[in-house]
Design a protein. Structure first.
Length: 143
């Protein structure tokens, strides 16, 4: 029995547009990460980047359920001693919602060179406009 193994030369990539309006952030991130990884294709190979490009629009209209807006924090370190910073998700979603979506998707990808290559295929925009019309992206309904 033969087993199909994809390689970098045989991968065909498509572009998708996902509207994040009204979708919970975690559910959106898991679906987008799956597409970036290539798990929606029959040619999925775990050790090859077979995923597609994803454009997420209306990231400012994504929702967080429960009390996550008040209780959840985005934390990062500056690299200096005592440089741990944290921002409440209520402020992050109001000011940098594109970063919140980007980091949510990044956390669901592999933590290696393959994951770093996959995250480069993600584009996130706050509003409904994006500048990738030349790639002829397809509208993708997640839910």
């Amino acid at each position: 029995m033969k087993t199909y193994m994809a390689n970098a030369q045989t991968v065909e990539r498509k572009w998708y547009v996902v509207d994040a309006a009204g979708i919970p952030l975690g559910r959106l991130a898991s679906k987008v990460a799956s597409i970036l990884r290539g798990k929606n294709k029959p040619t999925f190979t775990p050790n090859v980047d077979t995923g597609d490009f994803v454009i997420v629009v209306n990231s400012d209209k994504a929702v967080l359920t429960g009390k996550k807006l008040e209780n959840k924090y985005y934390r990062y370190h500056t690299g200096y001693i005592g440089g741990l910073k944290e921002i409440a998700y209520s402020k992050l979603m109001a000011e940098r919602s594109d970063l919140a979506v980007y980091e949510a998707v990044k956390g669901m990808l592999p933590k290696n060179s393959l994951g770093r290559a996959m995250i480069k295929k993600l584009r996130v925009y706050k509003g409904a406009q994006h500048n990738h019309q030349a790639q002829k992206p397809e509208e993708l309904k997640l839910f």
